[in-house]
Design a protein around this ligand. Structure first.
Ligand SMILES: Cc1cc2nc3c(=O)[nH]c(=O)nc-3n(C[C@H](O)[C@H](O)[C@H](O)COP(=O)(O)OP(=O)(O)OC[C@H]3O[C@@H](n4cnc5c(N)ncnc54)[C@H](O)[C@@H]3O)c2cc1C
Length: 397
């Protein structure tokens, strides 16, 4: 067992990496040194990307130096290249060697385009402009009297499905506010049995109601194969009208050299966050083989990994068991819908809780992270990030 103290290197400054870095300081009472290896200077609040096509303000970034100040960690600029677990060291992509007592890998998933012929694969902030252009184009055509079918497609396999529903709802609300709703048919095409079925029956019921109220159609249990001309070709061979096609990215793992990987490239992790068959290395978030890809779940994995890392370094810390609870906030241009589901407790037909307008957790961040949400809500950071309450449409003029 390592002597008390020790240094944890966290690779990746997304939800999981930041949550792990912030958690370590608190749970190990400031006795662990934390270094964050990151290529970025800012933390981008990715979930806000769904509202950005509809408003002018760009407000979803926080300087990492502010979070480092709150969390008491230091930063190393660079990218994780190779892990040499037996040596307790990593090699960065620019050839530097960094040693550690424990390593937390939180580098996220790779986002892949997958649907041939799609107009946009919506991966996050980098596709906001393209989506805004597409909505403007659809609006102009509809305003000119042309009927348009817009399909928003959720892939089968690992993906982020919640933002697909938000894009559909927000687009429908945006067009309706500009008197173009009637000529645009927005359809969600998804392999899920029901919308967000992972969150349970109550959430699916509520979301179906919301989609219906916004005039958004849903094709559940449907896998799209390609887009050809004005049609979406389904795996059944059927074709449905689709003048514009937007998909969510298909996710695969980061395939970190030196670490084991599943066939899709994800890091296999144990219940306590340790990477399988690898000494001194933990992982959290979308990079791992846990099948649910979600910021809130990434934070819960990070808390578990942080506690395990502290124990590995000899600190008297209680483990934080991974008992995943899904918490989602659906933005639709009106009151946010809060949905919650306990993945750890046995699931039955009625699992899941829904509330419209009233938060089901506090602080009511869109991504619920025990330490990160609190840090973001605190003092000057709140001003940097402004208000994370759901913006209302109509937005830009
Ligand atoms: C549009 C959109 C909306 C979403 N909405 C929600 C929502 O409402 N609620 C929710 O819970 N989830 C939501 N998600 C999902 C959520 O954003 C992800 O599940 C979450 O970001 C995963 O966190 P992570 O830290 O594992 O990975 P990431 O957030 O991807 O962070 C990984 C970080 O590692 C960095 N990195 C990559 N490679 C390296 C390397 N080699 N070395 C060092 N650093 C590296 C990356 O630059 C990045 O900063 C949404 C996703 C999208 C795209």
């Amino acid at each position: 067992m390592a002597a008390q103290g020790g240094e944890v290197l966290v690779a990746g400054a997304g939800f999981a990496g930041l949550e792990a870095a912030l958690a370590l300081r608190v749970i190990a009472h400031g006795r662990v040194r934390v270094r964050l290896l990151t290529p970025a200077n800012v933390f981008t609040y990715v979930p806000a990307a769904v509202i950005e096509p509809f408003q002018d303000a760009a407000w979803a970034q926080v300087p990492l130096t502010s979070l480092a100040r709150v969390g008491g960690f230091t930063m190393v600029k660079g990218m994780l290249g190779i892990v040499e677990a037996e040596e307790g060291a990593v090699i960065t992509t620019d050839g530097r060697r960094l040693s550690y007592d424990a390593l937390v890998v939180a580098v996220g998933a790779r986002r892949r385009t997958w649907l041939r012929g799609a107009d946009i694969t919506f991966r996050g902030t980098e596709d906001v402009r393209a989506y805004r252009r597409l909505v403007d184009e659809v609006h102009a055509l509809a305003a000119g009297g042309v009927g348009i079918d817009l399909a928003i497609v959720v892939p089968s396999g690992p993906t982020w499905s919640l933002p697909a529903y938000e894009l559909a709802l927000l687009t429908a609300a945006h067009l309706r506010a500009r008197n173009a709703g009637g000529r645009v048919r927005v359809t969600i095409v998804t392999a899920e049995d029901r919308p967000l079925s992972l969150f349970g029956t109550a959430a699916s019921d509520a979301l179906e109601g919301l989609l219906h109220d916004h005039g958004v159609a849903v094709r559940p249990g449907t896998v799209a194969r390609s887009r050809v001309g004005g049609a979406l070709v389904l795996s059944s061979g059927e074709q449905i009208g689709a003048d514009r096609v937007v998909t969510m990215a298909a996710l695969s793992g980061p395939e970190v050299p030196g670490l084991p990987a599943t066939p899709l490239g994800f890091l296999p992790v144990e219940q306590d966050g340790r990477v399988a068959h690898t000494e001194g290395v933990l992982a959290a978030g979308d990079a791992t083989d846990f099948p649910v890809k979600q910021g809130g779940v990434a934070c819960q994995m990070a808390d578990t990994a942080a506690a395990t890392a502290a124990v590995m370094l000899g600190h008297p810390v209680d483990p934080i068991p991974f008992a995943p609870r899904l918490r989602g906030q659906v933005w639709s241009g009106a009151d946010a819908s809060f949905i919650r589901s306990d993945l750890a407790g046995g699931r039955d037909e009625s699992h899941g809780v829904v509330s419209v307008g009233e938060p089901l957790w506090w602080p009511p961040g869109k991504v619920a992270g025990r330490f990160l949400t609190t840090a973001l809500e605190g003092g000057d950071l709140r001003e940097v990030l402004r208000d994370l309450a759901p913006p209302r449409l109509p937005g830009r003029s």
